[in-house]
Design a protein around this ligand. Structure first.
Ligand code: B4P
Length: 191
């Protein structure tokens, strides 16, 4: 079983690269952002709890996210491995993930961290906002808030994995397939 965290600021390309990773390595994809958006669309109680935080570009409270991931892992016990996309986003979430995987007997092998400059992130998200219909992509102020929240609350998760010797930085600027090739090289070195 291979478990990988795909990390990076908003718009770094986590969702984009995850699609390629799951196809090549047959991992099960868990994107907490996608799960929340699905729940919002279906009007579930979980979706209602998450919506106001997401729309403003803030993080959904840890207990809500961790509970949702618990539930997902419970329903995918036969997976060959997981790609965690957008989770963990806080140090308490990283600690929770270690506990969650300890129960399954397969810890995180590596955190692959996509490094992209802020100006490029803002341009990508604003561009996606033209077609995505996502409230958090529409407004430059919300985009700026998401990037600030990343530096304040999410970036410390890097140190958590650095301390475990699992941090790998990936250059995230440029051609999508070239970035995927760097990710593949990093994953191939794990096995
Ligand atoms: P997410 O859904 O995780 O999304 P994201 O950060 O917006 O984007 P991602 O990095 O996946 O970007 P993508 O590949 O799509 O989070 C949304 C919200 O959900 C959060 O703000 C938060 O409120 C909530 N949430 C989710 N998880 C949470 C958690 N664990 N705890 C608390 N709250 C949580 O790429 C973006 C754009 O760039 C796309 O248009 C893409 O086509 C383009 N692109 C990608 N790679 C490119 C490249 N190399 N060159 C040019 N463009 C590129």
């Amino acid at each position: 079983m291979l478990n990988i965290v795909l990390f990076g600021p908003p718009g770094a390309g986590k969702g984009t690269q995850s699609e390629r990773i799951i196809e090549k390595y047959h991992l099960t994809h868990i994107s907490t952002g996608d799960l929340f958006r699905k729940n919002i669309k279906e009007g579930t109680e979980l979706g209602l709890r998450a919506k106001s935080f997401m729309d403003a570009g803030n993080l959904v409270p840890d207990e809500v996210v961790v509970g949702m991931v618990d539930d997902f892992l419970e329903h995918h016990r036969d997976a060959e491995g997981f790609i965690f996309d957008g989770y963990p986003r806080t140090t308490p979430q990283a600690e929770a993930l270690d506990r969650q995987l300890e129960n399954m007997g397969h810890p995180i092998a590596a955190m692959l961290s996509l490094a992209v400059p802020d100006e490029e992130l803002k341009a990508r998200l604003a561009n996606r906002g033209k077609t995505s219909g996502r409230p958090d992509d529409q407004d430059p102020e919300k985009i700026n808030n998401r990037i600030s929240v990343y530096y304040r609350e999410t970036q410390p998760v890097m140190d958590y994995y650095k301390a475990q010797g699992k941090y790998v930085e990936i250059h995230g600027l440029g051609d999508i397939e070239e970035i995927f090739s760097s990710i593949s090289d990093a994953i191939d070195q794990l096995s």
